[in-house]
Design a binder for this molecule. Structure first.
Ligand code: URA
Length: 263
C-alpha cells in the first residue's frame, strides 16, 4: 500500500514536537491546527458584516476592573488587609466558580517569594497554593537546597503565592483580562511581603510579571521586576511532564542557593 508522506509514526511525531519545544514553542494555543489561508478567505468574505461594537464595549469594562483592583490593592496596608481586599473583589468571574480563595502559604518573613500561576484542583479544595502533585514536587525541589515553606528561619523559608487566587475552570490558562485585573494585587503582595528575591514559576507567571514568555529561554536568567531580582524557573507541573528538564531546574536551584548565600 502507498504511504501518505504526511503520515508520521508516533516516534517521529514526538521527535518533531520535542524539537519545537526546544526551539521555544512551548505553548499549545489550540487543540487542532488552523488553516490560516482558509481563515483569511472566510474573514474577507464576511468582512463587511463584522462590527467592532462588542470589543469597544468590553474595553472600558476591563479598564474599570483593573482600576478597581489598583484602588483596592493600594489601600491595603498589611497582608491580612490585602487578602481581605482580594477576597472581596467582584470583577473576576473565576471567583464564582472556585470553591476557595487561595492567598498564600509559608513564612511571611522568607527571603524568597515564589509566584506560581493559579490554584489547581487540590489547591482549590484546600485553600492553599501548591499542595497537589506539582506542589509536592516543588517542596522536594526546595528541600534539596535546604529550603522549606514551613521553616521559621527566613533564610531557609519560602513564601508562596500565585498570580490568580481562584482556580480557572478545568485548569485552563488564565485569560489576559484575568491576569491584568489581578496583577495590581500581586504587585501590592510583593511590596508588603518585601522578599529579597522573586522566583517566577513557569510561563504564565513570567508573562504576567515580566511581560515576556518562552520559559525555555527565560529560565535560569536573572532579571529584575517589581524592584527586586527575579529568577524564572520551569514550573513543577512542566517538570512532571518533562522529567529531563529537571537538570535545568536543579541548576537554577543551585544558582538561587548561591545568590542567597552571597547576600
Ligand atoms: N500550580 C500553580 O501554579 N499554583 C498552584 O498553587 C498549584 C499549581
Amino acid at each position: 500500500m502507498q504511504r501518505d508522506p504526511h503520515d508520521m509514526d508516533s516516534a517521529s511525531a514526538l521527535a518533531a514536537l520535542q524539537w519545537q519545544v526546544e526551539l521555544g514553542a512551548d505553548e499549545a494555543i489550540l487543540d487542532a491546527p488552523v488553516n490560516r489561508y482558509e481563515a483569511v478567505e472566510t474573514k474577507s468574505a464576511v468582512a463587511p458584516a463584522a462590527t467592532p461594537q462588542p470589543v469597544a464595549n468590553a474595553q472600558p469594562e476591563a479598564a474599570d476592573a483593573v482600576q478597581a483592583a489598583r484602588m483596592a490593592a493600594s489601600s491595603a496596608d498589611s497582608l491580612p488587609d490585602l487578602a481581605e481586599a482580594m477576597a472581596a473583589y467582584e470583577h473576576c468571574e473565576l471567583k464564582r466558580g472556585a470553591r476557595n480563595f487561595v492567598f498564600s502559604d509559608g513564612n511571611l518573613a522568607a527571603r524568597v517569594m515564589i509566584i506560581g500561576e493559579a490554584p489547581g484542583r487540590d489547591e482549590d479544595l484546600q485553600g492553599k497554593p501548591f499542595v497537589g502533585r506539582a506542589g509536592q514536587l516543588l517542596d522536594r525541589m526546595f528541600a534539596a537546597i535546604g529550603m522549606d515553606r514551613a521553616s521559621a528561619d527566613a533564610n531557609a523559608a519560602l513564601y508562596i503565592t500565585n498570580i490568580l487566587p481562584w482556580r480557572p475552570p478545568q485548569n485552563r490558562d488564565p485569560s489576559a483580562e484575568e491576569i491584568a485585573m489581578m496583577l495590581p494585587f500581586v504587585g501590592r503582595h510583593v511590596e508588603l511581603a518585601a522578599p529579597d528575591i522573586l522566583v517566577l514559576m513557569g510561563n504564565i507567571s513570567c508573562g504576567a510579571i515580566l511581560g515576556r514568555k518562552g520559559i525555555t529561554r527565560l529560565r535560569g536568567n536573572w532579571t529584575e521586576a517589581m524592584g527586586r531580582p527575579c529568577l524564572p524557573m520551569f514550573h513543577p507541573a512542566y517538570l512532571l511532564r518533562n522529567p529531563a528538564a529537571k537538570r535545568e531546574a536543579w541548576a537554577d536551584l543551585l544558582d538561587l542557593q548561591a545568590r542567597l548565600r552571597d547576600g
